[in-house]
Design a binder for this molecule. Structure first.
Ligand code: ATP
Ligand code: MG
Length: 234
């Protein structure tokens, strides 16, 4: 579904991604783990069209997307879910969610998708008329996810959903991610919380200093000596 091939991305003269290649098959949960500054957000921003690579390519469903504008990438069925703090805090929950349906195709389906989001997160239905700033961290994360789903994506990319969440809430987010996959949505999950992430991922990649250094099945990587030492504190 998604194929990233030898991507090189720079900020001015400084190189943030070096020959990064990876693939995500339809209905997989694929994780990318790495510490602060490894280049995780840079990769997501390149896939979603916010950044353009100096070289290399990104293909989605067989089509080159690395020169497209972000709204075109969204229309093709890719959504990027930032951490839950990036909401419009003065707007209501419902208005925040509806912002995710800005393409004309998604706008037409808005009522129906909104109901699906409320089914997934009943608490958001209860709070739909409240301003987003009054929500808890976990509820804000739910709004961020719900807003992404409003574009009816085929591939959902999550940027560190564990950020600022208690472990129990992050486990709940992972349950939601599994549910979304069950509904046929493909997941690309970027995380620093390596243990919980590798437990749910079918396959995973480890990114260090802008380079992929390891890849494998999620459960196999949990047993990998480098991963244990560098990321699990074992
Ligand atoms: N807008 C920018 N301008 C210049 N350098 C940047 C910019 N954004 C990121 N960088 C640099 O690129 C590298 C990768 O950053 P990136 O944000 O992709 O890492 P990350 O893995 O998402 O980290 P974190 O876990 O802290 O979010 C870092 O060295 C960072 O300082
Ligand atoms: Mg980041």
């Amino acid at each position: 579904m998604l194929e990233v091939n030898k991507l090189n991305v720079f900020y001015g003269k400084s190189q943030a991604l070096r020959d990064v290649s990876l693939r995500v098959e339809e209905k997989e949960i694929v994780a990318l783990v790495g510490t602060n500054g490894a280049g995780k957000t840079t990769l997501l921003n390149t896939i979603s069209g916010l950044l353009h690579p100096a070289s290399g390519s990104v293909e989605f469903l067989g089509e080159r997307i690395d020169r497209l504008a972000p709204h075109r990438v969204t229309q093709l069925g890719i959504c990027q879910i930032p951490e839950g703090r990036k909401l419009f805090s003065e707007m209501t929950v419902r208005d925040n969610l509806e912002m995710g349906a800005y393409s004309s195709a998604a706008w037409k389906r808005k009522k129906e998708t909104l109901e699906r989001v409320y089914q997934l997160f009943p608490v958001l239905k209860e709070r739909r008329n409240q301003s987003a700033k009054k929500l808890s961290g976990g509820e804000r994360q739910m709004v961020a996810i719900g807003r992404g789903l409003m574009s009816s994506p085929r591939l959902c990319m999550f940027d560190e959903p564990s950020y600022g969440l208690a472990p129990k809430l992050f486990s709940e987010v992972l349950e939601v991610i599994k549910q979304l996959r069950g509904q046929g949505i493909t997941i690309f999950l970027v995380e620093q919380n390596v243990r919980n992430t590798l437990e749910v991922a079918d396959r995973a990649y480890v990114l260090e200093n802008g380079q992929i250094v390891l890849e494998g099945k999620g459960r196999d990587l949990l047993q990998n000596e480098l991963v244990k030492k560098a990321y699990l504190g074992l």
